[in-house]
Design a protein around this ligand. Sequence first.
Ligand SMILES: C[S@@+](CC[C@H](N)C(=O)[O-])C[C@H]1O[C@@H](n2cnc3c(N)ncnc32)[C@H](O)[C@@H]1O
Length: 334
Amino acid sequence: MSQNDRLSLPFTNGSIDVADMGATLVLRARPSPAYALFDRQKIFCRQAFYPTYQQLANAGFAMDRPLPDEFTHAIVHITRARDETRALIAKAYTALVPNGVLIVDGDKTDGIESHLKAVKKLLPVTAVLSKSHGKVFWLTKTGTPAALTDWLAAHEPVQITDGYYTRAGVFSADKIDKGSAQLVPFLTGKLKGNGADLGAGWGYLSKQVLAANPAIISLDLIEADRHALDCARLNLSDERAVFHWSDALTHAAKTPLDFVVMNPPFHQSRKADPALGQQFIAAAAKLLKPNGSLYMVANRQLAYEATLEENFRHVERLDQNTQFKCIWARKPKH
Ligand SMILES: C[S@@+](CC[C@H](N)C(=O)[O-])C[C@H]1O[C@@H](n2cnc3c(N)ncnc32)[C@H](O)[C@@H]1O
């Protein structure tokens, strides 16, 4: 997550007067130097990704206060998902009073230029500034074009293949992930007791695991993306499923677990970076009983072997093809 100060530009160059800011809605809020310019009492931050939400809460932002009916200003930090970002822009714009100001900030790699183009087709954009491989643009609320109402729809869950609910912006929003599907056959009849799915997403792996293992007593779905977890709630009606909006790297289970399953996330910059997945492996080991098992699937090129050996006494590769590897690691070293 970049912490550049591009968002500060329209405020520091006098284009938008901070003194005029009343209640201000900030969608996909993230730590940003610009926030130091604002009166904290007036900014209302929303963030669905738990670690970022927690970072802001720790920095003293009141994350969950009820929203006022109207805002004089609204800020959108774009996400990588086009339709999710459009819905955020529409939501922020709709929440403004007439003549309220909408500010949109984002990196080129996340698609800020195409959002600028799309917004320009609907509304007059006041100005655009470029900095740090991205843009910030802003506009004043006039009417509300009908297309914006269509953009809002992306905030709702939709049913995809096999009746699963997902929504724009969540991991693998339009299909079942091939990696998770590859792990499922290795889990049939293998799991019992209390377990967890780290990074459970919209619940595909958890649902399959519960269906194929009647001896499971409980399964904690631990997921950082609240929108994905909301979809998982729609996808799983099994009473053994327990939903946690939480950070898998710091989550504490009530009791040590018999098993963990996971398809861990990895940072995707230019090259897939295994550091996050490695932290997931260490977190899984900590959650397990001395005799517990971790079953995981990962992109084949991600270097997890050394971390698995560091954290578990037995590591076995169950399957590997050109894309994915499925691994069973037993008996954490703790
Ligand atoms: C590769 S996806 C796996 C999704 C799901 N298990 C499936 O079967 O499709 C990884 C998931 O981890 C979540 N995630 C990323 N960082 C996380 C964290 N720190 N704590 C918990 N979940 C996280 C992502 O939001 C994503 O849903």
